[in-house]
Design a protein around this ligand. Structure first.
Ligand code: AMP
Ligand code: GLY
Length: 426
């Protein structure tokens, strides 16, 4: 069977790498892929990004299953297009992807279905938004409604920051948000304290199978300082998700979401990622929904998955996830992201990368912003690599990941030295 993975990040490299291990898989195409998927003899890059052209390719190549990585394809309706042409694809429709593409949709949905999340109001009028913030006080969280590549959220610790963020979003769009229909809107929500975790499940519209838990590190610098990024490292499992927290997340967040979407006439299929904030009493609340796998969470999660991913996703697209039980490596997996000079604001491209270690059963280098130019590997994006290792404990996985990256060189490389710090302390 031929499989197609859409996207060019570390998440897609890890998904394609895992799919290629499938018993019945003859070829995995990655569109457009990156320097790492180009090098892997089991994978083949295809330079197509247009949705209709991708469907043409899938038809011509008789692709058995297409797996979508990034949210932009989902919001562009890639699943609707493929399904309309009778092509098998795993992901949510454009309507269902609004759980991620519109924060206002997601918040209204959660309120209507009683799903625990931060209290909020939605505004398109700047004066009303400013007045609301003054009445609420800081800390307070300001979010743009549309897709903003992870940059559309400001956790304001002062009223001044909050007012500034409102103006960025509603007046001059300094964050580069892709606004939804009806123009710029801002969601203003209550600040939640606690520890975050990534809770990702597979859905077939009705049934749900949870993946191993994980935790991301969103800030650029050690000790969770500096600006927010797409994610600087992740590990799995996340000890903060105790069996009790897991049960609450399933019963109070995931199942009501799947049932609520079905009741609203937009059944959810695909990966559903609930970003949880877990308070000191073990109560999880939804900070956000993503309608895709996380990046870099996918890299450690795929290293731990023992089941054949193609077979699982075929069952997901058949609506028979109730018959699936996933098998996991008991070890901890931990991935450290190496980012380009200038990330996250203005990542530099074109720096030569050297010193990559050979891939091993317990240590893999997943590529993201890399490209092969005249046989030389170069940086080509913000997050460049994710060095991911397995170990008997968080400390051992951490040790191996950091040992594996010591020889990797590129000008201006940035990485955190404390990935996994919360789990190491426990
Ligand atoms: P989001 O894109 O909604 O996940 O927000 C990005 C990050 O901002 C989250 O991972 C949290 O660290 C933080 N954040 C978002 N909403 C809240 C909230 N209501 N309270 C505290 N932190 C938040
Ligand atoms: N790592 C966070 C995300 O994928 O949204």
């Amino acid at each position: 069977m031929k499989v197609l993975v859409l996207g060019n990040g570390g998440r897609e490299h890890a998904l394609a790498w895992k799919l290629a291990q499938g018993e019945r898989v003859s070829q995995v195409f990655v569109a457009p892929g990156n320097g790492g998927t180009a090098r892997d003899p089991l994978l083949k890059n295809i330079p197509i990004t247009d949705v209709k052209a991708l469907a043409d390719f899938a038809e011509a190549e008789k692709i058995a299953l297409t797996v979508v990585g990034p949210e932009a394809y989902l919001a562009a309706g890639v699943v609707d297009e493929f399904r309309a042409r009778g092509l098998r694809i795993f992901g949510p429709t454009k309507a269902a992807a609004q759980l991620e593409s519109s924060k206002a949709f997601a918040k209204d949905f959660m309120k209507r279905h009683g799903i625990p999340t931060a209290a909020y109001e939605v505004f398109s009028d700047a004066a009303a938004a400013h007045a609301y913030v003054d009445a609420q006080g800081a800390p307070i969280v300001i979010k743009a409604d549309g897709l903003a590549a992870g940059k559309g959220v400001v956790v304001a610790t002062s009223l001044e920051q909050a007012h500034e963020a409102i103006d960025w979003i509603l007046a001059d769009n300094k964050l580069g948000v892709v606004h939804n229909e009806g123009g710029a809107r801002v969601v203003i929500e209550q600040f939640l304290s606690g520890e975050e975790a990534s809770f990702i499940v597979l859905c077939d519209g009705k049934n749900v199978v949870s993946l191993a838990t994980s935790q991301d590190h969103k800030r650029l610098l050690d000790g969770d300082e500096g600006p927010n990024t797409g994610g600087m490292g992740a590990y799995s499992p996340a000890p903060v998700v105790t069996p009790n927290v897991h049960a609450k997340a399933m019963h109070e967040i995931i199942m009501p979401t799947i049932q609520g979407m079905a009741r609203d006439g937009i059944p959810f299929t695909g990966f559903l990622y609930a970003g949880l904030m877990i308070d000191e009493h073990g109560q999880p609340r939804t900070v956000e929904f993503n309608t895709r796998m996380g990046d870099p969470e996918t890299q450690p999660i795929m290293m731990r998955l023992k089941s054949d991913l193609l077979e699982v996703l075929l069952q997901a697209t058949d609506g028979t996830l109730d018959q699936v039980e996933l098998q996991w490596d008991r070890r901890v997996a931990l991935g450290v992201v190496m980012a380009a000079h200038g990330y996250p604001l203005s990542p530099r491209k074109g720096d030569a990368i050297t010193g990559l270690p050979a891939d091993a059963e317990d240590a893999m280098v997943f590529h993201a912003g890399t490209a092969e130019v005249d046989g030389q590997l170069q940086t080509s994006g913000g997050r460049v690599l994710c060095v991911t290792a397995l170990g008997e404990s968080v400390r051992k996985a951490q040790q191996l990941a950091y040992d594996s990256l010591v020889n990797i060189q590129f000008e201006g490389k940035q990485f955190r030295r404390d990935i996994g710090h919360r789990a190491v302390k426990r």
